[in-house]
Design a protein around this ligand. Structure first.
Ligand SMILES: [Zn+2]
Ligand SMILES: [Zn+2]
Length: 135
């Protein structure tokens, strides 16, 4: 059994997966999210401070939803976020399409099996220095 302190309310709760918040907070957050989502849909030109004020949700939380690509803003919205790599303005998420593609490529490269390290033959063996210390 895995017990953690909820990141949001501090209450101890039983962790089933890798969640950081307790089931109560999860439900409350989901309510918040639905409220924000609806508000943004009804008020396409709302700014973040307006959403904070109207929905009683922390700005930090709103930004997190944007980064998680859960919250999307229409083209009319004054809320713009920039790609974390090149700074291009995007509607949601963390990276623009270009950087997303590039980082996917990089990821592919790093997954590729690294080359076997070449074992250099000991060059100084003629000096007769042999290390016995590690076995
Ligand atoms: Zn909680
Ligand atoms: Zn970018």
């Amino acid at each position: 059994m895995n017990i953690k302190n909820c990141r949001r309310c501090g209450k101890m709760f039983n962790v089933v997966g890798d969640e950081m918040i307790c089931p109560d907070c999860k439900r409350a957050l989901e309510d918040d999210f639905q409220r924000v989502k609806k508000f943004v849909q009804d008020n396409k030109t709302a700014t973040i401070p307006e959403i904070v004020e109207e929905c009683k949700v922390e700005q930090k939380q709103i930004k997190q939803w944007i980064r998680e690509e859960r919250l999307q803003f229409s083209d009319e919205s004054p809320i713009k976020i920039s790609c974390e790599i090149c700074g291009t303005q995007i509607a949601t998420g963390r990276f623009c399409d270009k950087c997303k593609k590039e980082s996917a490529n990089n990821l592919g490269n790093s997954i590729k099996r690294p080359e076997e390290p070449k074992i250099e033959p000991a060059k100084n063996s003629q000096h007769g220095v042999i290390m016995h210390t590690f076995k």
